[in-house]
Design a protein around this ligand. Structure first.
Ligand SMILES: *Cc1c(COP(=O)(O)O)cnc(C)c1O
Length: 523
């Protein structure tokens, strides 16, 4: 098959289809082999009529462009079709179950979108005068009240723009608090089951990372943690419920030990969906925790954004919260941006981003909270945990669940023991799910179990939806064990693309289209 210089098939070769029967067009059913917009555009074609330019004097001097700009020219229907066809290649939470563990891919109610598009929020400019933004600031203040109430923490920094950004905010606050005490504590303890962002954040914030092992039952080894504590330890970063989908039973004892050793307790709150409304992290001795609004409070995510990762802070860390600070006085709300205007006791470590944070995410999260109410948030957590336990209980006889004895929290963890000797790997199993119409679960994470498969169904799925999913996974597990390998070898078979070289895609991404005739050196 001929390929272009992007490694994309150029001929109508029915790329990636197993069928011998090639179509004339190269399209297949109602799936179109969509070409890049640069490949379908023609010079001279345009979808708009623009008036003749009135500017006659070149004001760019020698910088003026001489050649063609090379933008694709298309009519309006061609543009619309191109983007609609591309959008139909997406898998989305609105298209089907999204079982990715550690991600909380839940339904985003349309009400949230409607609220975020209200002109007063949607058209807001971050530099708009204070007198015109009182409603937006009141919304942020109300969201802060919900977050501090649900977590039982006194303060919250709103500006971090993702979970990982929130981790950085929390660790910079910890660093500032340690420096304010005139101490040097370079070491952070991170369990080996941690999400990759945890050690990365600790390193970025200037700490060295020391791993804490897990016990055979998937819990962090509290005794091993205590042994590692000392005057050079700034604190611990711990996820609860942890990435094995288990609540850490020794969490209070660990918090006390860390505090006694002079350290701080950072909690990765990405799994808050399992406990929101039931457990207040402040009661567990946590000093800082980010909340992924885009996971727990339904705002959409994926593809790198947008997100919002507010960080709740304990009494001891609150003074170090980053600018801007939202304050209310007799004239209403305002954002303190300047060190000259700091309220008493505030010692911000700096700032995390321009302006105040992700306003659109704030509106969606608060809309979700207000429409659920406090009891509804709690109910959502309970249903998420129930769904995960239903999956665990329905599959653990046929797929191997390393910690399957007790109940799990919001996600069910399986390993590849059940595939032993079958020649089918976790990757093959996940790819075969695509042929069945499902986005695969999280694979090979957490690293503490071999060939991990982490399933988080969330509260969004009905029992019928879960049953259908369970039937498919049982069927795949039966086929693998019975040696019926055909559906696994080289899967997916029915997707527009067959199995991709994901390593090459990550290591050598082709991010820019080049005209076939354009020599490489021209870049
Ligand atoms: C998602 C996640 C993060 C990172 O959050 P982002 O918003 O993607 O930056 C950190 N820890 C855990 C456990 C997560 O699941």
């Amino acid at each position: 098959m001929s390929m272009n210089n992007q490694g994309r098939p150029t001929s109508a070769g029915n790329a990636g289809n197993t069928s011998e029967l090639a179509t004339i067009s190269g399209d297949r059913g109602l799936h179109h082999e969509e070409r890049l917009i640069f490949e379908i555009g023609r010079a001279g074609m345009t979808g708009v009529d623009l008036p003749e330019s009135q500017v006659t004097d070149a004001r760019l001097g020698g910088m003026r462009r001489r050649g063609e700009i090379g933008l694709p020219g298309l009519s309006e229907p061609e543009v619309i079709r191109h983007y609609v066809r591309l959008s139909r290649m997406n898998y989305a939470i609105d298209a089907g179950l999204y079982p990715l563990g550690s991600c909380t891919m839940k339904h985003n109610p349309r009400l949230n979108e409607k609220m975020a598009r209200l002109p007063g929020f949607g058209d807001l400019h971050p530099l708009a005068p204070r007198s015109t933004t009182q409603g937006a600031l009141a919304l942020i203040s109300e969201l802060m009240r919900w977050l501090t109430t649900l977590t039982g923490m006194p303060a919250v920094a709103m500006s971090p723009k993702a979970g990982a950004h929130g981790e950085l905010c929390g660790l910079l606050a910890i660093r500032a608090a340690i420096e304010a005490r005139g101490e040097k504590r370079p070491r952070i303890l991170v369990p080996e089951s941690a999400h990759g962002t945890n050690p990365a954040t600790a390193a970025l914030a200037g700490f060295t990372v020391d791993q804490v092992p897990a016990k055979p039952n998937g819990h962090v080894d509290a005794e091993a943690l205590k042994v590692k504590l000392g005057p050079d330890v700034a604190g611990i970063m711990l996820t609860n419920p942890n990435t094995c989908g288990l609540f850490e039973p020794d969490i209070i004892a660990m918090a006390e030990a860390v505090h006694k050793a002079g350290g701080y307790f950072y909690c990765d709150g990405a799994n808050f969906n399992a406990i929101a409304g039931r457990v207040r992290p402040g009661d567990l001795g946590i000093d800082a925790m980010h909340i992924n609004l885009h996971k727990t409070f339904s705002t959409p995510h994926g593809g790198g954004g947008p997100g919002a990762g507010p960080v709740v802070l304990s009494e001891r860390l609150a003074p170090f919260a980053p600018l801007p600070l939202l304050v209310a006085d007799k004239d209403g709300f305002r954002l303190v941006e300047d060190r000259a205007e700091l309220p008493a006791g505030a010692k911000p470590f700096g700032r995390m981003s321009a302006f105040h944070g992700q306003m659109g995410m704030f509106v969606r999260a608060l809309a979700y909270m207000l429409s659920h109410g406090r009891d509804g948030v709690r109910q959502a957590s309970e249903d998420a945990v129930l769904s995960a336990n239903y999956i665990l209980a329905s599959l653990k006889d046929i797929m191997s669940a390393p910690f399957g004895d007790g109940p799990c929290m919001h996600e069910a963890l399986f390993d590849d023991t059940f595939l032993e000797g079958t020649g089918v790997t976790t990757l093959d199993f996940a790819k075969a799910m695509i042929d069945e119409g499902y986005h695969p679960m999280t694979m090979y994470f957490p690293l503490v179990v071999h060939g991990a498969m982490l399933i988080e169904p969330t509260e969004s799925e009905s029992k019928e939806s879960l049953d259908r999913f369970i039937t498919v996974l049982r069927g795949l597990a039966e086929d693998a064990k019975a040696g019926r390998k055909a559906r696994f070898d080289g899967a997916p078979h029915f997707a527009p693309r067959r199995r991709l070289d994901e390593t090459a895609a990550a290591r050598k991404p082709v991010l820019r289209w080049r005209r076939e005739t354009m020599p490489e050196a021209a870049e």
